[in-house]
Write a protein of this length. Sequence first.
Length: 464
Amino acid sequence: MLLPDSVRARTTIAVAGFALLFLTAIGTSIDFLIVGGIRAQISQEAQRAAANYLGTVQPGYTPRPAPKTRIDLIQLVDSRGRVLTASPAAAGRPALSTARPPVDDRMQDHTVCDARGECVMLAAVRVAPLETREIWHGEPHYLYAGTTLPSLLATHRLEFLTAAAITLATALIAWGNWWVAGRSLRRVAAIRATMAEITASDLSLRVPEPPGHSEYALLARTANRTLARLEEAVRQQRRFASTTSHELRTPLTGLRARLEEALLYPHEVDPHETIREAVSVTDRLETIVDDLLVLARLRAGDPAAHEPVDIGALVIEEATAQVGGVPVHVRARRGVYVLGNRIQLIRVIDNLLANARRHASTRVEVVGLRIGDQAVITVCDDGDGIAPQDRERVFERFVRLDDGQRREPGGSGLGLAISRDIAHAHNGTLLIEDSPKGARFVLRLPLKPAVQAATPGVPIEEFS
């Protein structure tokens, strides 16, 4: 893993390189535009000044140029290079250029530099042949009109200024990227440092959450939510391990004591009675272990094969199969389909029926109908009921109320916890709701999509 400073350095170098290339291309283009624009403007003004002056030349009259624009260097030169007349700025100077434009290209642009490095940009114009014949008897004459190049073009000042601007802009961009990257990576470094301090023994730490809704803030909030879920899962796992150890230790301790007693006092202890008690304790341990395995698979989210299940028919079958003990009255409608695992749904119904018959005084009532887009199974008994403050506790693992322990001392205490987990695995709910008498367990499961359940043609069946 790269350290934050290494990431910043690489990012800054990359950004600075791209910025330098981009700004160099932009700067070069601007330089060309500036130089080309200035040269084009000087060329137009020089050609215009030359044309205006030639319009004043007449046979026998060659006026001295008097420019009124920045085109202040104007000379009229004959074919031998002698200066016939010149503007005040060009007076006393040799011919500005040796260029001799041909007849078919009478006007040309030139830049001429002397030994001192002074450069002049001018338009070299060949006087038209008609005027030459009338004024100078056909001898070619040439007019040079121009001006000294601005220092911006005559030297490399423009290039130096552009290079300096590009360098400064690149440096500012690099510094800005370094600062922004540092500010951003500091948050990542803080999150990484906090995550490195978190161990399985202490999950209470949380990463710092920046304000706002930036990606870093969302990352920190997601990490904290994940840590909170992980902490809760570990807390539940520890509580589960502690409770499981206690639940398994109690029967094992009794079994060990009974067996040791049989070994120490072989003539006083009935071995057959000891074996029967050992088998009974083993049955309870086996029940607890089996239920723990089922619960572990459900909590781990192990996938189970789902298929369309007629929950109404399932309720009728399981309720009518209950023989002996408290009678069960069932009222359900066939054709109410849910998508689920048949074995798991049978276990839920059996657990609810067994729990209701264990606590009922005279009867248990089971109802299985479709309500809206849900299949609703209600299991009611006429026993003492469950206090509101205990309605969620009974779904916890190994939680058995006093009445439940009295009625079934050998139970595992996992039946209702398994039933709720199965309901959640089927995207349903299992709750205890208010009832005039006794306890009322309500299982709600979503109907199977695209199946027309509980059609009016299917009657409600009742069994007792």
